[in-house]
Design a protein around this ligand. Structure first.
Ligand code: AMP
Length: 124
């Protein structure tokens, strides 16, 4: 799979540039995290690299080791800060068409606060 070119008009690019507000929960040199606008669980946080990566496919091909480490360190830190490590949580990254990715800037969904049920719904 070849990642499409990065679209700098996507909604998360606008949030990263400060053109659109977000409910920020974490920021460092490489990472921004904020509450999902349409939460699917009591806690639903999106964790993004600041670099211009379309998807997990793009990120794992092009990102520097420091960016990759920063994203996952931040994810774990945010989960602990939110108290999600106590009861458990789920991390999802939708990639491309079959993954159901809607916003073409890599993001990790951090979900918790209730039992989340089946990991993947049955195909119709
Ligand atoms: P995905 O389908 O994995 O690309 O997920 C995109 C997510 O972005 C969805 O869960 C949306 O609810 C969320 N989303 C879209 N626009 C915004 C926004 N302006 N602020 C926060 N979350 C958003």
């Amino acid at each position: 799979m070849t990642a499409p070119a990065y679209d700098s008009n996507n909604i998360f690019a606008k949030i990263l540039r400060g053109e659109i507000p977000c409910k920020k929960v974490y920021e460092d040199d490489h990472v921004l995290a904020f509450h999902d606008i349409s939460p699917q669980a009591p806690s639903h946080i999106l964790v993004l690299p600041k670099g211009e990566y379309v998807s997990m496919d793009d990120f794992t091909q092009k990102a520097a080791p420091g960016e990759i480490a920063a994203l996952f360190r931040a994810l774990g830190q945010i989960a602990r800060d939110e108290g999600l490590h106590e009861t458990g949580y789920r991390v999802i990254s939708n990639c491309g068409l079959n993954g159901g990715q809607e916003v073409p800037h890599l993001h990790l969904h951090l979900l918790g606060g209730r039992k989340l049920g089946r990991m993947v719904q049955q195909a119709a």
